[in-house]
Design a protein. Structure first.
Length: 214
């Protein structure tokens, strides 16, 4: 088994929650506030799908319709490439991984090739609230995964495959669970307090790096 290469250099935060829990919204705000990396597994897959000649394109297209992200080798390979690029171009060493890992197999491969997370942020939200949010988003977007049939498949996939990931990390005392039913600003404040408590020094390094570049 290969030795994790960046455990001491990169701080990794897995951000998990059902579809519509607010992962992307809060990750984007955190990334802007603290000058840290935000990588969305869903966005990475959609971008890869559109690349001419991508060996993963057709597989990703089918996986999106099924509400899954595909084999661990594909997910971890694409994610590692995106993290490395952001680190080399921007000097980022703290990463919010939005919507990853979604299966135990992803955890095993990611930790053996990249490293373990410092924190697993779980945005807890009931399905009825998430469904309402997604249907409202569907009115403004053209995402193929924002129709009711696929939304329900995604809920089922989350419960069956991603909740075991959260429970796995709960046994390691790495899960921080947030009530994601509150208004966006209230949830964000809760997350900020937690991040400052657990990763204050690491976050300040990122902010100082950006100040030096200005």
């Amino acid at each position: 088994m290969p030795t994790p290469r960046n455990t001491s250099k990169w701080t990794i935060i897995f951000v998990l929650g059902g579809p519509g829990a607010g992962k992307g919204t809060h990750c984007s705000r955190l990334a802007a506030s603290y000058s840290i990396g935000h990588l969305s597994m869903g966005d990475i897959l959609r971008e890869e799908q559109e690349k001419p000649g991508s060996k993963w394109g057709e597989l990703i297209r089918q996986n999106i319709l099924e509400g899954v992200i595909g084999p661990p080798e594909m997910a971890v390979s694409l994610l590692e490439a995106a993290m490395t690029e952001q680190h080399e171009k921007e000097g980022v060493s703290v990463f919010l991984l939005d919507g990853f890992p979604r299966r135990i197999e992803h955890v095993e491969l990611f930790e053996s090739t990249i490293g373990p997370p410092a924190i697993v942020l779980f945005l807890d939200c009931p399905e009825d609230v998430m469904q309402d949010r997604l249907l409202k988003r569907a009115e403004m977007s053209r995402r193929v995964d924002d129709n009711i049939a696929i939304i329900r498949k995604r809920f089922k996939t989350f419960t069956q495959t991603t909740m075991p990931v959260i429970e796995h990390f709960r046994t390691q005392d790495k899960v921080v669970q947030m009530d994601a039913t509150k208004v966006v600003d209230a949830v964000y404040r809760d997350i900020q307090v937690m991040m400052e408590e657990k990763l204050g020094n690491v976050l300040r390094i990122g902010q100082e790096r950006d100040e030096q570049l200005d």
